[in-house]
Design a protein around this ligand. Structure first.
Ligand SMILES: [Ca+2]
Ligand SMILES: [Ca+2]
Length: 324
């Protein structure tokens, strides 16, 4: 099998008006956060952490995420999940290869710890403030779980927390985070919340996804295409999206499509991917798209490969000769 190297991917879309938030996921995030202490120039490794609500909370939760490298170096970032948030995300970028420990903590929640192997690419860790419905946490891929109920803030949820909360409900004492759901009352509802994080048998560790790191990819609007909303940079930050229109204001069609180009600046492991995910709003789907992949093989020959996306087809390219 010839080794071939991807240089750029152009996506030409017809009948598409909007790629909305939560939309295009190709690689995540730009290099927007400093990672002094771990950063080492050209390193492309990255760890993305997102937190989404799985519990109805009437308080904002201030999470602290600490990434510790195998030589003990640490980087700390904050992530605040407001009551109206669908999710919040942070990014640790320009990491050297190796094993890292991610620790996420917040008042009222047990500490979450996970070992992550970083190898030039971006490891994406999705966390939720509880268990999502309809997912078997002991089989298959699933998000990680932040367990509520740590009343005394010692990092774990156990009998001590239950006793401290029941004492507070009985008004004998009130200390620690007893109003777990943040509704202003300390009552049996909080005890129900504690039960959600207490004596859990499910696997709470997130299945990590691997993405192309933001430092080796960039997006640009192609010929005849106007970015009408959002920004192309947002495609790599917080799962943002863009709205695309034709430059001449005409209706998007096969004859007058919108075009996005993704340029990959690294030809090594960092740029390797198994696919591209383009998500669009359900009420405004792509009915036809052409994906052109320009690449250079190991002998310097330049080639283009075309993959067609028809209406209702969700994917794409499978060719063992092209490493994308
Ligand atoms: Ca505790
Ligand atoms: Ca409460």
């Amino acid at each position: 099998m010839k080794k071939k190297i991807k240089r750029s991917v152009s996506v030409i879309m017809a009948f598409l008006l909007a790629m909305q938030a939560g939309g295009t996921v190709f690689a995540d995030y730009t290099d927007i956060f400093s990672t002094a202490g771990i950063a080492a120039g050209t390193d492309t490794g990255q760890v993305n952490v997102s937190i989404s609500p799985a519990l109805a909370l009437k308080r904002n939760v201030d999470f602290t995420a600490v990434l510790t490298g195998n030589e003990g170096q640490t980087v700390t970032q904050r992530l605040v999940l407001d009551t109206g948030d669908e999710s919040e995300e942070i990014c640790f970028s320009r990491l050297s290869d190796g094993y890292y420990t991610l620790k996420v903590s917040a008042d009222g929640f047990a500490d979450y710890e996970q070992m992550i192997n970083v190898n030039k690419q971006a490891a994406s860790v999705k966390l939720m403030t509880g268990f999502a419905d309809g997912i078997d946490y002991n089989r298959g891929a699933h998000p990680g779980t932040l367990l509520i109920g740590d009343v005394n803030n010692d990092g774990i949820v156990d009998d001590t927390d239950r006793k401290q909360l029941t004492d507070a409900i009985d008004s004998r004492t009130n200390s620690g985070v007893t109003d777990l759901n943040g509704d202003g009352s300390i009552d049996l509802v909080d005890l129900e919340y504690l039960a959600k994080g207490y004596r859990i048998s499910e696997n709470t560790q997130a299945t990590t996804e691997t993405l192309i790191p933001s430092t080796v990819i960039s997006a640009s609007a192609g010929s005849g295409t106007y970015v009408a909303g959002g920004s192309l940079d947002s495609l790599f930050v917080k799962s943002g999206g863009v709205q695309l229109a034709t430059l001449d204001g005409g209706i998007i069609s096969s004859a007058d499509p919108v075009v996005l180009q993704f340029d990959v600046t690294d030809s090594g492991l960092a740029a390797r991917a198994n696919g591209i995910v383009i998500a669009v709003s359900e009420d405004n789907p792509v009915t036809r798209a052409e994906v052109y992949i320009d690449y250079t093989d190991e002998y310097g020959g330049e080639y283009t490969q075309l993959a067609l996306v028809e209406n209702g087809v969700h994917h794409l390219l499978d060719d063992g000769n092209v490493i994308v």
